[in-house]
Design a protein around this ligand. Structure first.
Ligand SMILES: NC(=O)c1ccc[n+]([C@@H]2O[C@H](COP(=O)([O-])OP(=O)(O)OC[C@H]3O[C@@H](n4cnc5c(N)ncnc54)[C@H](OP(=O)(O)O)[C@@H]3O)[C@@H](O)[C@H]2O)c1
Length: 252
């Protein structure tokens, strides 16, 4: 069955992806929705009438979840036309001043889980299929006070470019979307709301528009998609400016 798999589907950008996938990938017959909060996934499933929906309540920071996911793939043998690696978290705070569990959770979710889910899913990707990884403008240069987060997103963008080349011969496209700040639970979960002048001054992205634009960019086979002109300019600036200087400017 032609399947779309979305991690972090229970809120924010992930939920918007699920709502808009049919507009851009009308061939999708079945959805696998992944997150920890199963009741949120069930509510979302009700908004997908006529589709087959599997709600997978998995904690992607727990390696046992990878085994459950692998088992589901083996049992169902899906034809994956779209994989959206969206689950992610970002905590505000300096290295050495915040708890180790939060620092390593960003690596576990944004890097390890994304890598594991992709590695397990690639054998099931359909010819002409798409992988969409959620990165961030934080990937463009190191962001002091969000050093670990920005490093994880640099990995996501770099991983995307390498994987796009690996999968070119199989006609599978890989795209990274790099949004600026969005008003989602991310800001409260990460202790960012009210604690960062940078987040208070930056122009915000609307997650509804980001999701639609990113899905269309994935369908078009673009490798990096940055919503909003101001952040396209920021990406170019970060490319031509020494990283040390950019890090001073990008202090969160
Ligand atoms: N909001 C921003 O300012 C911003 C800017 C740039 C990029 N991004 C990126 O956008 C993506 C989506 O974030 P968002 O803004 O939509 O934030 P969000 O509303 O907090 O969504 C995060 C999603 O990840 C899931 N998740 C968190 N921990 C998980 C775990 N251990 N296992 C499985 N799923 C987990 C959450 O579901 P459960 O809690 O139910 O597990 C939720 O569905 C992230 O990759 C983030 O880094 C966000």
């Amino acid at each position: 069955m032609k399947t779309a798999i979305i991690t972090g589907a229970s809120s924010g950008l992930g939920r918007e992806f699920v709502r808009q996938i049919a507009d851009v990938f009308p061939e999708v017959e079945s959805y696998w929705l992944i997150a920890r909060r199963s009741e949120r996934l069930s509510e979302l499933a009700e908004a997908l009438p006529g589709k087959t929906v599997a709600c997978l309540s998995l904690d992607l920071c727990d390696a046992m979840s990878f085994m459950a996911y692998q088992e589901k793939l083996r049992a169902e043998q899906p034809e994956v036309v779209l994989l959206v690696n969206n689950a992610g978290c970002g905590y505000l705070g300096r290295v050495g001043e915040m708890d180790t569990a939060s620092q390593t959770r960003m690596v576990d979710l944004n890097v390890r889980a994304l890598t594991a889910v992709t590695n397990m899913t690639v054998p099931y990707m359909a010819t002409g299929g798409s992988i969409l990884n959620v990165s961030s403008i934080a990937s463009f240069c190191p962001n002091p006070r969000m050093t670990v987060y920005s490093s994880t997103k640099a990995y996501v963008s770099s991983f995307t470019i390498g994987l796009a080349e690996e999968l070119r011969a199989r006609d599978v496209t890989v795209t990274a979307v790099c949004p600026g700040p969005m008003k989602t639970e991310f800001l409260d979960v990460g202790g960012i709301a009210g604690n960062s002048k940078m987040f208070a001054t930056l122009p915000y992205c609307d997650q509804v528009r980001v999701a639609g634009g990113a899905l269309r960019a994935a369908r078009a086979g673009r490798t990096i998609y940055t919503p909003r002109l101001v952040y396209k300019f920021y990406r170019v600036l970060a490319k031509v400016t020494p990283a040390g200087l950019m890090a001073k400017l990008a202090k969160t």
